[in-house]
Design a protein around this ligand. Structure first.
Ligand code: SF4
Length: 362
């Protein structure tokens, strides 16, 4: 028998429930490869499981080992990430893969400190990787786990406060078994995702019900305390759909960091409310050093970042002397075949509208 921590009632109940009702079919549940587990953990941050599965499978098929990812170009990585959003995750994943190859000879670090020193890997992600790959006894504290623990302990304070964080990490560590962290961490994530849901928790089906303080106090749905939503500022921009006489469209690559870092976008400039499309033509003409004429304006759209909304108006412009301005960060592309590159979401949407898929029989 392996010596370990004394049995914890929450962990015991969860492990029994997980054996019968866990999400065992998820593709990352069939591997102990830390690289694949890391990829899944990063993709699952801020993204639903159903959305992640095809991205995860495509990414692993293209980059089966950390060495393959490290050797890829930023465009290849961002291209495969296109549509998943939060692109800093992809940039950090790529940078961390290069460090793992360069500093650790491609072997995943097993120490929590070494893992959390890599870009984009926080304590909870590191704990999930180390417990799933090596059954190391590290707690995790993602959104699902926080919710279960806040309710189980009827924590009515602010989970994001320093005090809330300290308590939640203490509870997470106290409940995590050793050995058995591997299955326990998956079990508590699954309970949060499928039973102890944010809205309408399924308390009558829950294996923790008899000990859950929130249930006992009739507070299941009221906890955790909701975050106060900030009202985000709005910025206005023109998106230039600048076309040459052959119908190619000008794209610009963003610098490696910041908004849409490393992605290709339609050129953008600030827009004053009520300014006419000719103002956009004038501004983009100046930027490009060549005259542009207005073809049409398109319906406005909104893209929301974490700290502001971008309200944009696409304006289609014709450039009669296109060759003068093509350089590394500016390229004329065929909208039907944008190539291997990461595209910002509004840009991807507009390119799709410019080049609708061919009708059967075309
Ligand atoms: Fe969540 Fe309800 Fe289970 Fe408590 S009893 S852990 S509130 S589902």
């Amino acid at each position: 028998m392996v010596a370990g921590k004394p049995a914890d009632p929450l962990a015991e109940a969860l492990l029994a429930w997980y054996a019968a009702a866990g999400r065992h079919a998820l593709p990352w549940r069939h591997t102990r490869d830390p690289y694949a587990l890391w990829l899944a953990e990063i993709m699952l941050q801020q993204t639903q499981v159903a959305t992640v599965i095809p991205y995860y499978e495509r990414f692993l098929a293209r980059f089966p080992r950390v060495e393959d990812l490290a050797a890829a170009t930023p465009d290849e990585v961002l291209h495969l990430w296109s549509g998943l959003g939060y692109y800093s995750r992809a940039r950090n994943l790529h940078a961390a893969a290069r460090l793992i190859v360069q500093d650790f000879q491609g072997r995943f670090p097993r120490a929590l400190d070494a893992l959390t020193a890599l870009p984009g890997i926080g304590r909870s992600t590191a704990g999930a990787i180390l417990s799933s790959a090596f059954d190391a006894s590290h707690p995790i504290l993602d959104g699902n786990v926080k919710r279960v623990l806040c309710r189980y302990h009827a924590f009515a304070g602010d989970p994001a406060s320093a005090e809330g964080q300290r308590l939640l990490w203490d509870w997470a560590a106290a409940h995590t078994p050793a050995p058995g962290a591997h299955l326990y961490n998956q079990a508590i994530q699954d309970l949060g995702a499928t039973v102890c849901r944010r809205r309408q928790p399924q308390c009558l089906l829950c294996p923790l019900q008899s000990r859950c303080q929130a249930f006992a106090q009739g507070l299941s749905e009221a906890l955790p305390r909701p975050r106060v939503r900030r009202i985000l500022p709005v910025r206005q921009a023109w998106l230039g759909i600048i076309r040459n006489p052959e119908g190619r469209v000008l794209l610009q690559r963003q610098g490696p960091s910041g908004l849409w870092g490393g992605l290709w976008i339609l050129p953008q400039m600030p827009r004053r409310p009520d300014s006419p499309p000719e103002a956009a033509a004038e501004g983009f003409s100046e930027q490009m050093g060549t005259p542009l004429s207005v073809v049409s304006t398109w319906p406005a759209g909104r893209h929301s970042f974490s700290h502001f909304h971008l309200d944009y108006v696409p304006v289609e412009l014709l450039c009669r002397q296109p060759q003068a301005r093509e350089a590394g960060a500016l390229q004329w592309i065929d909208p039907r075949a944008p190539g291997v590159r990461g595209l910002a979401k509004p840009t991807e949407r507009i390119l799709r509208l410019l080049a609708p898929p061919a009708e059967p029989g075309d």
